[in-house]
Design a protein around this ligand. Structure first.
Ligand code: ATP
Length: 631
């Protein structure tokens, strides 16, 4: 539809001193990233743009540019900044903003399947009587933030009002990216991981250019590592960029340390299939086994002003959802007056108050997620603390687990059924570990977490899936040793008993480098009738008229095509017999030519605590496949 306008070269005003960054400059970079599929070239495009901003007299403009590039308006943990406006509202805004008939806009959308392109085309057809002021990055950022924060009755009309105003000022491809940002799907082939690398490169080059030099490869590798570590400790681009500007990119880690109130990215575990595999991996090292509780990860923060926050696995603020836990932490603080500030890593588990025992995850998942009043709570929970990351003003993550564990136990009194330590056992005896594993399952746990206990290897590694944390899940000892968490991208119309619902789903991994979803299998097993009914209700409104540009699937084989496509919103936890190469799926296909697919996949549950970008990554499925091939 739009190939002509899209490819036409446009005049983009350069970034100049004393002026805000023109939005057209950013849209131009988005366009280039979208057109280019080679990762290195994309990195160069983004980092050169970032560098240009750093060299201007408004280097802090990079903060908003970075957020717009990852399609967010602030850190993950800050609520109320989500975009992702519905199709209906956006189509209405285009119709009103461009004066075209709603029916025409809808028809275009069904043909093209991309709201951004429809807006761009509608704009370019529209005669302009007068030329409004060109959009700038700060203006767009501010408007998007206002839209994200708007709630209440008349908010729809007010949102449309702001969108229209911006649309009128759009030139060339600006409308396309503006609408895609509003929809929450930018489709620029450039994931957040790549944005971090591009930032590192831009800072290195900028700092070197001040000495009339080019950045060295060594400086670049170090900066990439440092920005990743800094971000995993302080996942806030504003803090990272300001710190890099003030202290230099190579010094950011020590200045972006842990801070209560900023959730760090949690450390993750590698799967294992047997106790002997664990013993092989931890040869000669001291390690501990802990119960792997089956609940919801909870990162507990006690701030200096006495306030308490609880964050989920993906840094969402869950404090309102767990008023009962907040009360527990208050009680804990009252009985431990020496504690001033704190960050604890815990699992929040459903608890049977009468029997004094753990209840399965399914019980926890029945708890209400919104507007929770303490008096209405039916499912009680207990926090099981397994790590202490920050204590009284000091980050502990470089200390050994043994030291962190002692500090936790020496300073915080447990409260039965409310706040307890994760049950642990230090042993390297196969029979003892087997006994502990069996006991953990009897106690309603998923299996064991086995962790290096001493020495530098036993530090807490934010955001890393580390070899120093191994998980041993009782149910998953066969096959690949772990379940996979895959994004639902398509559906199959149900037949027979499943008529009226979707009978199966197409699932995909998330490629963190490209920001694309790569198909991995079709699944139709493991669902109850109730599951299918609820899934149909949830997924129906997310149906798309066309697959997204970010979906990677086999186009030439009808077996690989679903009946309907979905906006990526849901993540399924799935078990598989094993992984095999397949000509019709695409997960990890960059490595093998063929994709990696799941054989006999079975649905376990929806992972509410994971967004599509937290799903099993394409790199991970390659790792699973290779481990399986080696064993
Ligand atoms: P992923 O599938 O990405 O690995 P996940 O959220 O599915 O992550 P697992 O890796 O299977 O989780 O296991 C780690 C999770 O186990 C932690 O995120 C935490 O929620 C939970 N957990 C329960 N008990 C413990 C424990 N003692 N130590 C660490 N994590 C624990």
């Amino acid at each position: 539809l739009l190939s002509k306008e899209t490819k036409e070269s446009t005049h983009v005003p350069p970034i100049s001193n004393s002026k805000p960054i023109p939005y057209s400059a950013l849209a131009d970079v988005f366009e280039k990233l979208e057109q280019e599929s080679a990762r290195l070239k994309n990195l160069a495009i983004a980092s050169e743009f970032f560098q240009e901003i750093l060299q201007s007299d408004r280097p802090e403009g990079l903060i908003q540019v970075t957020y717009l590039m990852i399609n967010r308006l602030g850190p993950d943990y800050e609520p109320g900044l989500e975009l992702g406006l519905g199709e209906t509202l956006l189509l209405k805004a285009i119709a009103e903003g461009t004066g075209r008939a709603a029916s025409q806009i809808k028809a275009d959308y069904h043909r093209v399947g991309d709201i951004g392109l429809v807006a761009q085309q509608s704009r370019s057809r529209q005669p302009t009587m007068f030329k409004p002021k060109p959009l700038t990055v700060p203006v767009v950022f501010e408007n998007l933030t206002q839209i994200a924060r708007m709630t209440g009755n008349s908010s729809q009309a007010r949102k449309i009002g702001i969108i229209n105003k911006m649309l009128t000022a759009c030139e060339n491809q600006e409308a396309k990216f503006l609408m895609r940002s509003l929809e929450g799907k930018l489709r620029i082939n450039f994931g957040e991981k790549s944005v971090l690398v591009a930032l590192a490169k831009a800072f290195v080059e900028n700092e070197a250019s001040k000495r009339n030099k080019k950045g060295t490869a060594e400086a670049l590798v170090q900066a990439e590592e440092k920005i990743k570590v800094a971000f995993s400790q302080t996942p806030n681009y504003e803090v990272i960029i300001k710190t890099a500007l003030e202290y230099g990119i190579q010094n950011i880690v020590e200045h972006c340390t842990l801070k209560p109130g900023i959730p760090l990215k949690p450390m993750l575990a590698k799967p294992t299939k047997s106790i002997t595999e664990i013993l092989d991996q931890f040869q000669g090292e001291e390690f501990t086994c802990e119960y792997k509780y089956d609940g919801e990860r909870a990162q507990l923060h006690l701030l200096e002003d006495g306030s308490i926050r609880i964050y989920s696995r993906n840094s969402e603020d869950m404090s309102e959802r767990y008023p009962d836990l907040i009360a527990v932490v208050k009680a804990m603080k009252a009985s431990n007056p020496n504690v001033n500030t704190l960050i604890l890593d815990c699992e929040c588990v459903a608890w049977d108050v009468e029997q004094k025992k753990i209840l399965p995850f399914q019980v926890l998942s029945t708890r209400k997620r919104k507007d929770v009043q303490t008096s209405d709570i039916k499912v009680q929970v207990c926090l099981f603390a397994f790590d202490c990351l920050f204590y009284n003003g000091e980050s502990l993550i470089t200390q050994s687990l043994k030291e962190r564990r002692s500090l936790l136990k020496d300073n915080l009194e447990p409260i039965e059924g409310k706040f307890q330590y994760a049950k642990g056992m230090d042993s390297s005896n196969v029979d003892e570990i087997q006994g502990f594993l069996d006991q953990s399952v009897k106690d309603a746990c998923e299996g064991l977490m086995v962790k290096t206990l001493n020495g530098s290897e036993s530090g807490y590694e934010p955001s890393k899936r580390s070899r120093n944390w191994l998980k041993l899940k009782k149910d998953y000892l066969e096959g690949v040793g772990d379940s996979l968490d895959l994004v639902v991208v398509g559906g199959y119309i149900g037949k027979g008993k499943r008529t009226g619902w979707y009978g199966g789903f197409l699932l995909a991994t998330y490629n963190q480098d490209t920001g694309e979803y790569e198909t991995a299998c079709k699944i139709g097993t493991g669902f109850s009738e109730d599951d299918l009914k609820k899934l149909s209700e949830t997924l129906k409104p997310t149906e798309l008229s066309k697959p997204k540009g970010s979906f990677v699937y086999e186009k030439n084989n009808s077996n690989a095509l679903p009946d309907v496509w979905f906006e990526p919103t849901l993540v399924f936890e799935v078990l598989t017999a094993d992984l095999s190469l397949s000509p019709i799926y695409k997960a990890g296909a960059a490595n093998y030519g063929k994709g990696i697919s799941l054989r006999f996949p079975r649905f376990i549950r929806i992972r509410d605590d994971k967004g599509p970008e937290d799903a099993t990554s394409s790199d991970q499925i390659i790792e699973f496949y290779e481990r399986q091939a080696n064993v």
